[in-house]
Write a protein of this length. Structure first.
Length: 101
């Protein structure tokens, strides 16, 4: 085993960026719920979610490619694949009520 895969590191960075995005989005969603004010315009929420729905499967693909690479460590790729895959599913599930609700 050599160094960490660059694909795995890229996947993990995408995962961390969108993890922070989802935490901030959830925070503002909670504030909007309790204060009955709209902090994030609806179109901005949808654009961010669409970008997330594009980038997170891409990050998951990078993580999978990192796992399949030979002679590299797999840990970062596994974490990137797991986080990106989980948040890809959660993003789709959170956008559906906003579109149809």
């Amino acid at each position: 085993m050599g160094k960490h895969s660059k694909l795995g590191i890229s996947s993990f960075i995408i995962a961390i960026v969108f993890l922070i995005y989802h935490v901030v989005l959830a925070y503002f969603d909670i504030i909007q719920t309790f204060n009955d004010t709209q902090i994030i315009p609806g179109y901005l929420y949808v654009l961010g979610s669409l970008f997330s729905m594009i980038m997170q499967p891409f990050g998951a693909g990078l993580g999978l490619a990192a796992i399949l690479e030979k002679d590299t460590k797999k840990g970062v790729g596994i974490w990137g694949l797991t986080i990106n895959g989980l948040f890809s599913i959660l993003t789709v599930l959170s956008v559906i009520p906003k579109i149809y609700g």
